[in-house]
Design a protein around this ligand. Structure first.
Ligand code: ZN
Length: 365
């Protein structure tokens, strides 16, 4: 995420703070100062910092659980709305998904109970006023952690409870249907939260919109994966495209950009094997900095994956979600490029299948 500052590293994970979090902290401190003076500002700042330390520990609960299944998370970013761990993938096995999802709230539950025991007693009324600075810091932190554990278990994406629900459903009805049902339940919860927000805390309305959109996004991804089911890469790939030669100049790449409607250009060697990829944006950015005689291969992206025509689209769909790989090369047994698998082509297939689910592709000669 841009605009983030790395504050530390634990295991293989960098902990970053987003600039908006620092603004949020300044706003909390500033408004407490204006209301009740310096000591209240210090108290609020310390409380928020400790609270977000607990949020980071929550994310590390997920990360350490995922690591047991061989999934790494290179970065955790702190935002005003919470922590985001960027996992390389999500566990496919519902049992593993369940463990990873529960590990986060479990951390807050343990912290909350430990602080609660350390602090002595907590009157039930104090749960409702964790933003009251006259309560002890430990007491407020205990209540906030218990709140975090419960709040995160709301069965709606992107809350952990949404993952728990998805995992439990997937054990019974399989992954695709589980996503559909979990997304519907999540949206129902979001609408309920929104209503509460209308008549109570406006923050809830904000969270409701966030939850609704996350559920819709999840359902959309699942519907796309469903529409692409059963298709091979060979049926979904673009076959009419202009490759750019490895020794072409930037001027020749610009000519290809004008002459075609293509967004992605594979750069190939003399044998037709792909060595890199140039997108429309790459070419336009390069034009700003370089002259026409510059070799086009100097500005291409490398490390784009090759797939085979017989591979199922489902198996490579996730790789196309990476912003660094807007297309995949499709190559034959000799490694010669025979097609390009692009997001654009897949979006068109999803569109056609949404109106004609039985439509058959790949009948072209
Ligand atoms: Zn979590």
């Amino acid at each position: 995420m841009p605009w983030s500052i790395t504050v530390g590293r634990f295991g293989g994970t960098a902990v970053k703070i987003h600039i908006t979090f620092i603004l949020f902290l300044a706003w909390i401190a500033g408004s407490a100062w204006a209301r009740e003076g310096l000591s209240a500002a210090l108290d609020s700042t310390v409380f928020i910092l400790l609270l977000f330390l607990c949020v980071v520990l929550h994310e590390f609960g997920h990360i350490l659980a995922a690591r047991r299944y061989g999934i790494k998370a290179p970065v955790v970013t702190l935002l005003p709305i919470g922590g985001v761990a960027s996992m390389q993938s999500l566990p496919k096995d519902p049992r593993q998904e369940l463990v990873v999802a529960l590990a986060g709230p479990a951390v807050n539950l343990v912290i909350g109970l430990a602080l609660f025991l350390a602090w002595g007693s907590l009157r039930p009324g104090e749960f409702a006023e964790i933003d009251n600075p006259h309560l002890s810091l430990v007491g407020r932190l205990a209540a906030a952690n218990l709140f975090l554990a419960v709040f995160n278990l709301i069965p709606a994406f992107p809350m952990d409870g949404g993952r728990v629900l998805h995992a439990l459903l997937a054990m019974r009805v399989g992954g695709a249907l589980a996503t559909e049902i979990a997304a519907k339940i999540g949206q129902a919860f979001a609408i309920g939260l929104g209503f509460l927000g209308l008549f109570g805390n406006p923050l809830l309305l904000f969270i409701a919109i966030f939850v609704y959109m996350a559920a819709a996004g999840e359902a959309q991804m699942s519907a796309s994966a469903q529409a692409l089911r059963g298709l091979t890469v060979g049926e979904a790939m673009e076959t009419r495209f202009t490759p750019i030669s490895m020794d072409a100049t930037l001027a020749q790449a610009v000519d290809a950009l004008i002459a075609t409607a293509q967004q992605e250009f594979p750069v190939v060697d003399a044998f037709g094997k792909p060595v890199g990829l140039l997108t429309r944006e790459d070419i336009l950015t390069a034009v700003r900095k370089h002259g026409g005689d510059e070799p086009a291969s100097g500005v291409m992206r490398v490390g784009v994956d090759s797939v085979r025509p017989a591979a199922p689209v489902e198996s490579v769909f996730e790789r196309l979600q990476d912003p660094k790989a807007p297309a995949l090369y499709v190559t034959d047994a000799e490694g010669v490029i025979v097609g390009l698998l692009t997001r654009q082509a897949l979006a068109e297939i999803v569109l056609i299948r949404s109106v004609r689910p039985d439509w058959r592709f790949g009948r072209r000669a």
